[in-house]
Design a protein around this ligand. Sequence first.
Ligand SMILES: [Zn+2]
Length: 385
Amino acid sequence: MKKLILFLTVAAIALAGCKTEKLTEGNYDKQENDKLTYTNPAPYETVSVQQPGGQKVKNVILMIGDGMGLTQISTAWVANQGKLNLDNFPYTGVMRTYAANKLITDSGAAGTAMATGQKTNYHSVGVDVDGNEIPSLIDLSAAKGLSTAVVVTCGLTDATPADFLASNPDRDNEEDLAADFLETDADFIFGGGRRKFTEREDQRNLLDAMKERGYAVAMTWDEVKSVTTGKVFAPITDGQLPMAPERGTLWQDAAMHAIDLISKDEDGFFAMLEGSRIDDCGHWHDLPALMGEIYDFDQTIGKVLQWAEKDGETLVIVLADHETGGLTLLDGDIETGYVEGHFSSGGHTDIQVLVYAYGPHAETFTGTFENTAIFDKISSVLKLQ
Ligand SMILES: [Zn+2]
């Protein structure tokens, strides 16, 4: 029986790897009430780090698990046999995620609140409720002379990266969002969605335009790695990056490479790293694929924490923009890594999400607060305003 479960799990992971379409609320039609099961075929060891003693914050790394609610984390913890790198964070807080005009948010409004400090309308990206552009943590950090990076597993014009790098009242105007990249000063930009920069209605090739702006445009991981100085623009896939089993350690490596590059800046840096596809798996009600995405995200957290421990002046924040799927953890076994779950929604929910903080000033991320407080707290420790 165990072998059968293992086989089914591996088969499910393989199948999940084939999915590349981004599903959002509107086009989700799966109506099942089944209990889903999963057994982790390869539980991994986690790192152990100590909270640094100093109070100076030179760098901030914000890690967003898109759609990663507390149940997603709890389920991943049981299935990894009672351990996650997330366990290291000494401080946690609770965050409300609702949008300005809608209780159930999308990534556009949720990410905008965290990136700019203002709640905005559902589907808005980097603009206030009246549609005015507002500067993001990336813009303000760059203006202050800090180095900056955005590293995601989705398309670069998808909502969360766009919240930090672009602005538009409607996240679906992806070609317009791509054109906004010609104004960003971010130093390292890595993700998918190349098509929006090359196959455009206006016939422009924005990759050429980014080159003219002084960016090294990298189309493959080898090209990304070969850049050791200067600005990098890396839309390395046409659509989103492949799912976790297929992409291996690509996103982990890209995140750490970004940190290597931007940490050369004596003034410090701000980085936004997103495990974007955790959200897709919630929409799909795909428990094995969901666990794969969270494990890729958590393993990156382990590497980031080890880097931050060595550095001593880096604040690391891990959170979700909202919960996706209304996941319930029904049963499981910590010893065998077996879990039973059930999804109650095809879209997002308004369940409050956890915020984890490590490093100097991490203690300020405790209590219950709005998603806009993420901007306030980060801009305060980096003295951006
Ligand atoms: Zn989201």
